[in-house]
Design a protein around this ligand. Structure first.
Ligand code: NAD
Length: 526
């Protein structure tokens, strides 16, 4: 059965079955996947499919997508949406699954990838591409849905999308990864699933600016005539059209989100905490892009203590606080946290989620706090840096217990926010601060001179430096991100405080995002 691929973006749930071509490339419905993989194997291809998130070993736990959908339903139950509109918003518009073969040395390997488009109420749609050996369609749909709600919550004008490739990137050389990434990018670009005005990917778990650079170059080689081609993907290296501050953005956003939370004593008291971030004991799971930057900034700039770090090979702890930079270097050199000097080590990393601390920051992956361990979580405040770290069942248990959760759909929106800045920069073809910086400096200089003349005194050097330094791109990006995270938190807490049926910050965040999407759909007449 051959479908018109162009219809993919408009179908409700589109998976395609295409015949194999010479490279073993095929698009297939899940039911046919197993047979196809078997026949590919019999033809000498090695298939790269494993199943399941390793943390999701509870058969009673619903899937990630179902979990996100139930959180959505809980929010819409408190709202007064026109009949059918909630279902329209909740449904994933389309999912494209692709299998493609790549010749690596003297063998062929077949890879499976997805790109889900959740909501196209605004174009382009936006969402990361993840490389993980446990990736699956359900997860991609869940993440795409979270992207729609997230963008609406922080008022970034994108619809929601997400992609994944089922691969453990650590098992491949850089050369092979480049070949695989470029091939995947071609498959997606051919179907407008990478496109500066329609669908703009970004980094996620297992990918970073290197992969985004390859994707950008592949797209621009395929479509060299597009003036906006550089905006086909965000999270690129700065020298390839990226933006300063994108790598740190999600972790930085977590820091700004937590700072805003601690500006509201009532909210802090609800988590049975008090004061500021200074001295707060934090356990972080995952010292990758998001976890590393969040832990680094919170400890180096806000005086928090990182008392525990959980990684793939176990967890380390220290009551005095861990040096995040040193731990990161240790992981790079040794492949894990084991053996980090001056810290206690346990092989059972997940047990550290239950440690006594003030703030737990899951920053690795989804579904790590489930019905099995939720009751044992001691942290009174969970800051969801990862997407979907708390399952629906765990969420209910934690709320009953009085644990406060700052939800993913808000807290990790720093990445997409700065991606938006990068996309705007690419379309405008000018870096932020280029026109204003020296003008700002000149005005600052005039102000200093006027003050000195009028008061007959000398302005101290520190103040002079502050007044006479114009904003460069990084300063502007951080300022825009800070503003976004502050405003969004206040929108969420206003809903939480004003509406009796809204039981927690997650529900408030969903209500905030869904209301904005609903308004858009209603105005569009859909
Ligand atoms: P990453 O690949 O850079 O880092 C993930 C880290 O988690 C790695 O250090 C890895 O070793 C560790 N890890 C993996 N499995 C683990 C386990 N079972 N226990 C403990 N540690 C484990 O990924 P990332 O980009 O930092 O993404 C992390 C999470 O944040 C994901 O949920 C992702 O969807 C979400 N997120 C990322 C971004 C972004 O800009 N990168 C934006 C929004 C949300």
């Amino acid at each position: 059965m051959i479908h018109n691929l162009a219809s993919c973006r408009f179908s409700r749930l589109a998976s395609f079955a295409l015949p194999l071509n010479a490279l073993g490339r095929a698009n297939c419905v899940p039911a046919k996947l197993f047979c196809l993989q078997r026949s590919l194997k019999s033809l000498g291809f090695r298939c790269n499919c494993q199943t399941g998130n390793p943390m999701m070993n509870d058969p009673n736990e619903i899937t990630f997508r179902e979990s996100v959908d139930r959180m959505f339903d809980r929010a819409t139950a408190t709202m007064d949406l026109p009949l059918g509109l909630a279902e329209q918003i909740r449904s994933c518009n389309s999912v494209y699954q692709v299998q493609f073969g790549v010749k690596l040395g003297d063998r062929y390997e077949v890879f499976t990838g997805w790109r889900a488009v959740h909501s196209e109420h605004i174009l382009p749609v936006k969402g990361g591409i993840r490389y993980a050996d446990f990736a699956n369609q359900d997860e991609v749909e869940a993440l795409a849905a979270l992207m729609s709600y997230k963008c609406a919550i922080v008022m970034i004008p994108f619809g929601g999308s997400k992609g994944a490739l089922k691969i453990d990137p650590r098992q491949y050389s850089e050369k092979d990864l480049e070949k695989i990434t470029r091939r995947f990018a071609q498959e997606l670009a051919k179907r407008d699933l990478i496109h500066p005005s329609l669908n703009v990917p970004a980094p996620d778990m297992g990918t970073g600016e290197r992969e985004m650079g390859w994707i950008s170059d592949t797209y621009q080689s395929l479509f060299p005539g597009q003036a906006n081609g550089m905006g086909c993907v965000t999270g690129k290296p700065v020298h390839l059209g990226g933006i300063s501050g994108r790598i740190e953005a999600t972790g930085r956003g977590v820091q700004y989100g937590l700072r805003e939370y601690f500006r509201h004593p009532d909210d802090v008291t609800r988590a049975k905490l008090n004061g500021t971030l200074e001295g707060k004991r934090i356990v972080v799971q995952g010292l990758g892009n998001v976890g590393y930057h969040a832990a680094k900034f919170l400890s180096e700039e806000d005086g928090a203590k990182i008392t525990g770090i959980i990684e793939r090979d176990g967890a380390i702890s220290s009551a005095d606080g861990l040096d995040v930079e040193a731990v990161k270097q240790h992981i790079t050199a040794n492949g894990g946290v084991k053996g980090f000097p001056g810290a206690d080590y346990t092989e059972d990393g997940a047990s550290m989620l239950e440690a006594d601390c003030d703030i737990l920051i899951p920053a690795a992956m989804e579904s790590v706090i489930t019905r099995q361990n939720a009751a044992k979580i001691q942290a009174p405040l969970i800051a969801e840096a990862a997407n979907g770290p708390v399952t629906y069942a765990a969420d209910e248990i934690l709320r009953e217990k009085g644990t406060v959760i700052i939800p993913d759909a808000y807290l990790n929106a720093g990445g997409v926010t700065v991606s938006y800045f990068e996309w705007v920069k690419n379309l405008a073809r000018i870096r932020f601060g280029y026109l204003e910086r020296r003008n700002e400096e000149r005005r600052g200089q005039m102000l200093v001179e006027a003050l000195e003349k009028m008061l007959n005194t000398t302005v101290p050097q520190e103040i002079r430096d502050q007044l006479t330094t114009g904003s460069d791109e990084l300063a502007l990006v951080r300022s825009g991100l800070d503003d976004t995270m502050r405003n969004a938190y206040n929108n969420i807490r206003d809903i939480f405080n004003a509406r009796e049926k809204v039981v927690d910050l997650r529900t408030a965040a969903f209500v905030c995002g869904i209301e904005r999407i609903a308004k858009r759909y209603e105005s569009m007449g859909i």
